[in-house]
Each structure stands twice: as structure tokens, then as C-alpha cells.
Ligand binder design. Structure first.
Ligand SMILES: Cc1cc2nc3c(=O)[nH]c(=O)nc-3n(C[C@H](O)[C@H](O)[C@H](O)COP(=O)(O)OP(=O)(O)OC[C@H]3O[C@@H](n4cnc5c(N)ncnc54)[C@H](O)[C@@H]3O)c2cc1C
Length: 477
């Protein structure tokens, strides 16, 4: 179907964006800034989607559904934060502490050397890796400077096996850091996605690899989008689950049915996760291309992420965050240090367990007991501290996987319906399931919409340029 508008050119265009996650918020705010009147329709009572916070009834604390991190290379997410005025709410760091059971620490991070060598001095002296591990990692990084074909059918696991990685490099770097960034087993991660993460986080520049964490609970951070929309003659409709949508050819308008009433607009952006899109699909108009979209959605698979939230009567570490080696728990975030406004008497730490279906299958008691006993192996203070309360959050549908061939199942922003556009982290962004992928998809949908509306605008934020030697090594790639 082709898109159309019966509105006079100068009339204010109305847009409904369905889904108040990062994809929907970034599309809505970009379009509102461009002068459109936007209604952001969200089924829950708060913004953020899979990146949100809420008052946990069991512990009476506002917690994130999980710690979310971003990196300097997330230019669209950062652009969105700037647009809504919350970019100063991100705490940035360049250092990553790896801790072995028993407590021995290694610090990774940049040095004065130019990219891609900036991380080398700290890696050379890191205790976490043997000399053989370091040589294997060096070989793999050098090989990944060369371009990997976008359509490569090879998995990261197969590529690592071909490139002689040691057990230490596999367990402590590829499985822990990279597979956890992509939230899947190395055998089902497409090589181009892994190569992208390696280059952005470790090779292109120190700035691209710096890590950011919100100093506010996520839904408070994203409430900035609601304020921005209100300031731009737009609004958020909360607690409105979209059940179906109809296209009126005569008026060139969409009408959405929600259980709290109907919503009408000239344009529609569907910024839903793939499973919600699959649910809505039978309730959208028939159009050429819907079967293809349904087949693409069927290809996607969810991966879980769990987080264990622990409140102790005292500080158990002065580190802000750490990578925990060789155990079920992967990442430690010291929330009382990252969010000092909590003014806790003791301390609050969050442990994140990525891509582990085994951990996700544990009961609350098992998961918390395992997490606390493992944490004590890294921080001896845990043994003498009193655990005051604890919460386990299992997000079984946290992310979608990026297996070889996944790009064929990622539609672009143009949908089968007129004046309707697709966004969401699973659409074609070239990024894995991340807030950056979601923000990119929102900006891409907003661009496609403005193009069809006859008022082309550019919203996509440019990628950071590789620095140092990387700008020459990557030239032409
Ligand atoms: C536990 C966990 C940890 C993660 N860690 C990180 C991390 O560290 N860094 C990172 O970058 N990413 C991380 N991610 C991934 C990141 O959260 C997602 O990729 C991103 O937030 C997806 O945004 P989205 O807008 O595409 O989808 P969503 O966030 O899923 O937003 C979709 C919205 O649509 C709403 N909705 C659904 N159906 C309807 C309907 N019918 N009507 C109205 N509204 C509807 C939903 O309520 C939701 O708010 C993590 C995800 C999870 C769950």
C-alpha cells in the first residue's frame, strides 16, 4: 500500500505512537520536536518498557527491572537523552574491574596509547588472563579489525574455535563480557554482531567504550520524555492497551481501539516488542506484506536476564561496579554508590545474570542464596554483613537473540500499511537488542514518517568516528 494524506500541507499532522519503550519515546519526541502533535500510547502506567523501574512491593524500594548500561557509542540513545534534557543524569566510567573468586582484581581500561591499542597496557598486566589468554585475545582482536561480511553465516562460537581461543579467554572474556553484552550463548551469536561490539567497546576509541549508568531509577529518567512531549503540544496516554487499528482510506486516518477509548491520527508508529506485534497483527487491516511480516516475527527468540537486588546493613565494597569471574553471577552494580540520593544506612547492590536459562529456572530462595554465597567469594565483607532484604527479578523476555541470518527477519521502518511505520529494538537497525537499537529504530521510523509526510527531516545521530590508528585501519570498511 502507498501512504497518503488528505491534510492541507500546512495543517499540524497528528501521530499516534504505540509503545512507551525507548523506541516509542525516541520516535515520539523527535516527531514532536518536528512540529507534529503526538500521542504516545502505553499500556502500562509508566514509561520505559523493558528499561523501567517500579516500587517493588516485597522490599518497598523503587528498583529497576534490571540495571541498564549504555556506552559512548550509543549516539542515538545519548541524542535522545539530550533532546529530553536528561543526559546529565548518566554516570560515566572508563574502567572495568574484573574480580576472581577469592578477591584478586584486575583493572581494564584505556591508556595514553592510540586506539585500538589504548586498552593494551592494562590487559598486559591483568591477572585475570594468562599469557596464553592474552595472546589469543590479541590475535582475535587483530583479526576483527578486518571487515566481517554483514551476511556471514558463521557464529561467534565457530569463529572463536577457528581462531584458537584458550579456555581462559573463552570463559572470562568471550562468554562473560561479549556474550553477556549480546545476551546469548556464543554459539548462537552472529559473528558480525560480535565484531561490532568488540570494535565499538574495545577498539574504536576510549570514548566509544566508556560505560554509562543512570543515576535515577529508569522510569524517572524516562519521565523526561513525558515532560518533553507536554512542552511540545503532545501527550502520553497511560494504561491504554491498543487492541486493534483501522485505516480509513477516505479521511486518510488511523483509528486505534484501546480499552479506555479510541484514538485517531494521520500517522501511526508501532513501537512494540516482536511478541506484542505478533499479537496485534491479526487485528490490523489486511495488506500485502503482512504475511511476510508475520514470518519474520516468528524467527525471533527471547533470551532471559535475571537480577538479584540485595540490601546489606553495611557497605560490602567501595567499587561502583565489577565483573565477577567464573560464577553464575556476572555483574555487580553498587547502587548505593551510583545513586547516593537513596541515603541508605547500609548498602544496596544489584547482581546481573545474563543469558542464563538455568538461573532463570531457579526459585527465588535458591537464586538469592546462590547469589549471596557467590558474592561472598568476591567480597569477604559479605560474610559479616547482615542481609536485610532481597528481591529477584526474572525478565524471561529480556532481549531477542542475534543468530546468523537474523537480519532477514528484521523489517525496516516502512510497514505494509499506509502512513504506518515500525519501530522497536528488533527492527532493522544493525544493533543487537539494546536501548541504542531501540532509539535508532525510533529515529529511523520518525525519518520515514517525515519523508512520507512531505517534510523530510534527519533524526539519526551520526556514529562516533574511530580515533587514533583505528581511523586508518578502518578506512574504507
Ligand atoms: C533485564 C533486562 C536487562 C537489559 N539490559 C540492557 C542493558 O544493560 N543495556 C541496553 O542497552 N539494553 C538492555 N536491555 C534491552 C533493552 O531494555 C531493550 O532493548 C529496549 O529497552 C527495548 O525498547 P523497545 O522500545 O524496543 O521495546 P519495549 O521496551 O519492550 O517497549 C515496548 C512498549 O510497548 C508497550 N506495549 C506492548 N503492547 C502494547 C499495546 N498493545 N498497547 C500499548 N502499549 C503496548 C509495552 O508496555 C512497552 O512499554 C535489557 C533488557 C532487559 C529486560
Amino acid at each position: 500500500m502507498t501512504a497518503a494524506s488528505n491534510n492541507p500541507v500546512n495543517a499540524v499532522r497528528t501521530v499516534t505512537v504505540v509503545g512507551g519503550g525507548v523506541a516509542g519515546m525516541s520516535a515520539a519526541c523527535a516527531l514532536a520536536e518536528a512540529g507534529m502533535r503526538v500521542q504516545l500510547v502505553e499500556r502500562r502506567g509508566y514509561l520505559g518498557g523493558r528499561a523501567s523501574s517500579y516500587l517493588h512491593p516485597g522490599v518497598s524500594e523503587v528498583i529497576d527491572n534490571c540495571q541498564h548500561v549504555l556506552f559512548g557509542c550509543c549516539t542515538n540513545l545519548i541524542g535522545f537523552y539530550r533532546r529530553i534534557g536528561v543526559s546529565d543524569r548518566i554516570h560515566w566510567t572508563n574502567e572495568m574491574t574484573m574480580i576472581e573468586p577469592g578477591g584478586r582484581r584486575s583493572l581494564l581500561g584505556p591508556s595514553w596509547l592510540p586506539a585500538p591499542l589504548h586498552g593494551l597496557p592494562k590487559l598486559i598486566v591483568a591477572h585475570s588472563f594468562t599469557l596464553a589468554d592474552k595472546l589469543a585475545l590479541g590475535r582475535a582482536f587483530s583479526a576483527l579489525i578486518r571487515p566481517v561480511p554483514h551476511d556471514s553465516a558463521e557464529s561467534l562460537g565457530a569463529w572463536l574455535a577457528r581462531n584458537g581461543q584458550t579456555k581462559g579467554a573463552l570463559d572470562r572474556f568471550w562468554r562473560l563480557v561479549i556474550a553477556s553484552a549480546l545476551n546469548a550463548d556464543i554459539d548462537v551469536i552472529a559473528l558480525p554482531y560480535a565484531a561490532k561490539v568488540i570494535r565499538e567497546l574495545f577498539m574504536n576509541s576510549a570514548q566509544a567504550g566508556s560505560m554509562g549508568m543512570s543515576t535515577l531509577p529508569l522510569s524517572e529518567l524516562y519521565a523526561g520524555a513525558g515532560t518533553f512531549l507536554a512542552q511540545h503540544d503532545s501527550r502520553v496516554l497511560f494504561n491504554a492497551n491498543v487492541e486493534s487499528a483501522e485505516w480509513n482510506e477516505k479521511n486518510a486516518q488511523w483509528t486505534l481501539v484501546t480499552h479506555t477509548g479510541n484514538v485517531t491520527s494521520d500517522f501511526l508508529v508501532l513501537a512494540l516488542p516482536f511478541e506484542a506485534m505478533a499479537k496485534l497483527l491479526p487485528h490490523l487491516p489486511d495488506a500485502a506484506g503482512t504475511e511476510m511480516l508475520a514470518r519474520q516475527i516468528e524467527h525471533h527468540e527471547h533470551w532471559p536476564i535475571c537480577s538479584v537486588h540485595l540490601w546489606f546493613d553495611r557497605e560490602i565494597t567501595s567499587l561502583d561496579h565489577a565483573v565477577l569471574l567464573d560464577r553464575e553471577i556476572h555483574w555487580m552494580y553498587n547502587k548505593s554508590r551510583l545513586q547516593p540520593w537513596r541515603k541508605l544506612k547500609g548498602s544496596y547492590v544489584e547482581l546481573v545474570i545474563s543469558a542464563s536459562r538455568a538461573f532463570a529456572a531457579m526459585t527465588r530462595e535458591q537464586a538469592i542464596a546462590l547469589a549471596v554465597s557467590e558474592l561472598a567469594e568476591f567480597f569477604p565483607e559479605v560474610a559479616s554483613a547482615k542481609l536485610e532484604k532481597a528481591a529477584l527479578v526474572k525478565e524471561v523476555r529480556a532481549t531477542f537473540g542475534v543468530p546468523p541470518g537474523v537480519d532477514a527477519a528484521r523489517p525496516n521502518a516502512v510497514s505494509p500499511w499506509p502512513n504506518c511505520f515500525l519501530a522497536g529494538d528488533w527492527t532493522a537497525t544493525g544493533w543487537p537488542s539494546t536501548m541504542e537499537g531501540a532509539a535508532r529504530s525510533g529515529h529511523l521510523a520518525a525519518e520515514a514518517l517525515c519523508q512520507i509526510a512531505g517534510a523530510p527531516r534527519s533524526f539519526l545521530n551520526a556514529d562516533l568516528k574511530p580515533r587514533g590508528l583505528m581511523q586508518f585501519l578502518r578506512a574504507g570498511n
